[in-house]
Design a protein around this ligand. Structure first.
Ligand code: ATP
Length: 643
């Protein structure tokens, strides 16, 4: 089934050339060869497009979207060599025709490749996306049974200060109480945690009035995010204006999604799934922007049909590391609201709020999903650090003028340094500290004076906290401004300063897990600090690495037991998601880079609690180019949820 267009080309040669040219991986070539084995008459272009579809999953795309303007960049990158692009001649329409005629392709998941309208998927991604869309649609169509009248009294009690204006936190609680799923998005400090705690109080109070007690589970995608929520939720639950019985029935321990679903060693499958659902009536997941399509499909499959799911997150943050941009897809129109008239009425009756300005328009109809989505719009924390909020908003709006003004207007919380790469300015800032924050020198001094054995845990907890006072971030892994070389540079400088010895393991070395270790109970992204361990009978210390578990306990691990770790003086912005640092420093390289996007810069800025510092090794145009480049991920989820 070879079309004339491709008759002169050999697919095996083409795959090799594309792999050697860096446009395909070995895995993609292997998938293409496997498909050829399955169907020897598969056409040249179908075998190549299958390899590209596989490849683009590694960049977060779920499919190839033949109608998207960015298809060419998705396939070839920004500056493709002509000899490589010639290997896939033709137009998207011609490719679609070839796919439609191929025995390897169907639109119902019965073949290894699925062409769903104008999107080409590998079967697994298509099934996941469809199951996520179906599960969300089913939850949206499941009323909770709570009426606006029932919600009114408790919502007034929980939000006594609402007054006449729209309190979006209260609106979010009302909308999330209505059907089997609620989505609450908002930037940092907009009160997502505050809102969800009130929502838990609301739903548990109403359940307990009915002599029921909701089994509530709280989760986050990473250990760090779970630990952060655990830290912030306890005080808020304690302050809830509800009865003691209700308060006592709201958990404050947050687990990781992996632990919630029950990981099984050496298996991709979880203990909880459609046939062994979670024992829960209400599940809250924080930092939902980090959830990829695979995990979302697993989570939704494991939820019992009656259980309510609440997703919390910041739609503007970087999407998940793995394929999909679920939160972004779900919240695509959260800013406009797009509420139906009956939703506007429901909010008026339950909250006394007027959200008519956020009503759907004839040319912008609201979906069922929009009726369950609320965006929090006031940054309450920025009262302490208004500069960070102002800069994050400017970046989000790709407004360079406003971002320059933010640096100028808020010098106490925003700094911008132009650095040269041929000296140690960067190292000096990190080691000696800057912007009123202590640096690594003070951490190394504290590490050097361990207390007695019984004081070890609180001491380690304090040092792990100190570690989060300052964090250097980069959007890149490799190259002179990527985290690998930045960590080498800092290690070398610390050695020159006699702060660190020339050994792999030393007291003061911060490390990050680079994979999940279920035996140790440590997850990819968990950060530990190497410290002198307990003293033995001879008064000697052996080094141990201290990690803080989501429940706050300290876990001490021998360095030799850690094989998936790396030094983390510098961290990628991706890995920083779910964390917060008092002072966050972002390195921008000397030239624009395709991986530096608006979401990446926004995510880095919003990791800062008190101070943000931009370290520029090139011209301001590097920042400009990044914020003009929003991330795009090919996915059909948002379209499926339109139906
Ligand atoms: N309606 C409000 N009025 C006054 N202060 C508020 C309000 N809502 C939240 N806050 C305060 O703002 C701060 C941030 O709130 P919260 O932690 O709930 O936000 P968040 O969106 O979960 O933050 P993060 O982005 O860190 O996850 C907290 O100190 C909280 O007490």
């Amino acid at each position: 089934m070879q079309s004339d267009l491709f008759s002169a080309l050999n697919w095996e040669d083409a795959l090799k050339q594309l792999r050697d040219g860096g446009l395909l991986r070995d895995l993609d070539v292997a998938i293409s060869r496997f498909l050829h084995q399955q169907c020897s008459e598969a056409s040249y272009e179908v075998l190549l497009l299958a390899a590209f579809t596989s490849n683009h999953q590694s960049s977060g795309h779920l499919c190839l979207d033949f109608e998207n303007d960015a298809l060419s960049t998705q396939l070839w990158g920004t500056s493709p060599p002509a000899e490589l692009t010639q290997l896939l001649p033709g137009t998207p329409d011609q490719w679609l025709t070839a796919l439609q005629q191929s025995p390897l392709v169907s639109n119902d998941g019965s073949t290894p490749l699925v062409l769903d309208q104008h999107r080409l998927y590998l079967r697994r991604s298509w099934s996941q996306e469809r199951s996520v869309a179906d599960a969300i649609a089913a939850r949206l169509a499941t009323p909770s049974g709570l009426s606006a009248q029932q919600l009114h009294g408790p919502l007034q009690a929980l939000f006594p200060d609402s007054g006449n204006g729209t309190n979006w936190q209260q609106v979010a609680c009302a909308l999330a109480s209505r059907v089997g799923i609620g989505i609450i998005t908002g930037g940092p400090g907009t009160g997502k945690t505050t809102t969800v705690v009130k929502l838990l109080g609301l739903l548990q109070s109403l359940a307990m009035e009915n002599h029921q007690r909701l089994r509530i589970r709280l989760a986050a995608p990473t250990g760090k995010a779970a630990a952060r929520l655990t830290e912030s939720i306890g005080d808020q639950v304690a302050a809830l204006p509800v009865s003691d019985a209700v308060r006592d029935s709201i958990p404050t321990d947050v687990t990781t999604l992996h632990r919630l679903l029950g990981t099984r060693p050496d298996s991709r499958h979880f203990r909880h799934h459609a046939h062994n659902p979670l024992h829960a009536d209400l599940v809250v997941v924080d930092e939902a922007s980090m959830i990829d399509m695979d995990m979302m499909a697993s989570l939704l499959a494991a939820l019992p049909a009656h259980a309510q799911l609440i997703l919390l997150g910041d739609k503007d943050q970087l999407a998940s590391v793995e394929a999909g941009a679920v939160m972004g897809d779900l919240c695509r129109h959260a800013f406009e609201g797009r509420y139906h008239a009956d939703t506007v009425d429901f909010v008026a009756q339950s909250c006394g709020a007027d959200i008519r300005d956020f009503c759907e328009e004839p040319d912008q109809p609201g979906t069922a999903l929009a009726q369950s989505t609320a965006m929090l719009r006031t940054n309450w924390r920025s009262k302490d650090s208004p500069g960070i909020g102002a800069l994050a908003t400017a970046i989000n709006q790709a407004d360079l003028g406003k971002s320059r003004a933010a640096f100028r207007d808020y010098p106490e919380s925003l700094n911008r340094h132009r650095l040269q790469n041929d000296n140690t300015q960067l190292e000096n800032l990190l080691v000696e500290g800057s912007a009123g924050h202590a640096g690594l020198r003070s951490l190394f001094a504290a590490v050097d004076s361990p207390p007695g054995n019984e004081e070890r845990d609180p001491w380690a907890a304090g040092l792990l906290k100190q570690l989060t006072h300052q964090q250097l971030l980069s959007g890149l892994r490799s190259g002179p401004f990527g985290v690998e070389q930045l960590n080498q540079r800092l290690t070398h400088y610390l050695q020159q300063q006699d702060l660190a010895p020339e050994r792999e393991w030393y007291a003061g070395r911060p490390v990050m897990m680079t994979r999940n270790d279920y035996q140790l109970g440590l997850m990819n992204g968990d950060v530990g600090l190497t410290l002198p361990g307990e003293t033995d009978d001879n008064g000697n210390h052996r080094l141990r690495v201290a990690f803080q578990l989501p429940d706050g306990r300290i876990k001490w691990v021998l360095p030799s037991r850690l094989d998936g770790v790396e030094t983390v003086y510098a961290m990628t912005v991706h890995k920083s998601q779910g964390s917060e640092f008092r002072h966050t420093l972002l390195v921008l390289p000397d030239a624009p880079h395709p991986l530096l996007t608006r979401e990446l810069v926004y995510t880095a800025i919003t990791r800062a609690r008190d101070t943000f510092t931009l370290l520029e090794f090139g011209k301001p145009s590097v920042l400009e180019s990044a914020i003009r480049k929003p991330t795009w991920r090919a996915s059909g989820l948002a379209d499926r949820l339109q139906d």
